[in-house]
Design a protein around this ligand. Sequence first.
Ligand code: URA
Length: 240
Amino acid sequence: MGEIVRLQKYIAMSGIASRRAAEGIIAEGRVKVNGKTVTEQGVKVEIGADKVDVDNKPIKLKDKKYYIMLNKPVGYVSTVKDQFDRPTVVDIIKEDIDTRIFPVGRLDYDTEGLLLLTNDGDFTYRVTHPKFHMDKTYIATIKGGMTISGINHLRRGVKIEDYVTSPAEVEILDAFDGRTTVKITIHEGKNRQVRKMFEAIGCKVVGLQRIKIGIVELGHLPLGRWRHLTSHEINYLMGR
Ligand code: URA
């Protein structure tokens, strides 16, 4: 008998979604087990014996897991396919990796820097779920200057839409030629959060780069290039 796992774990193991996203896919009625649609979450499946389809396509468990760091350029979307046919981050690596891999969270079209990609849904879950408080560090270039009260405001937390951000680490790196360069570390991942945080204190972000996730740093990886993570980096991000 094969190992028995919960359906959402099985889907996550296939790499097509994190466990949390898999729960949504199940609830939406997109999953069949042995030909029957399943919408409840408690169902278990036997690896190697049960047949699982998502969107009517059989999903397979892949043994080899990929953990990749990309230095994303501006002008790429962090999805597998774009509704407007813009270039995607997956286009950059798909020539070299012959399995489907997915961005871990997102960087905006106009943000560059450290983006992780993987086919391991558990890894995505560990890095992106807010409960793991994974620090993410950005270099933001701001038009104009910043006030001490603005900086303190960011440090304490600001209101963006209906949400107050957690305290952030903020350090001014440089102020030159009408621009200020700021290093900011947050552990949440709301949509366009860094841009909105600066907007909330009246500052416009004109450039944004992510340089670090937890202890994992972009370093000198050239723009548009990728590398495999080291086992030390993978273990750290997996919380092992
Ligand atoms: N915050 C943003 O505003 N944009 C990103 O791409 C990432 C964090």
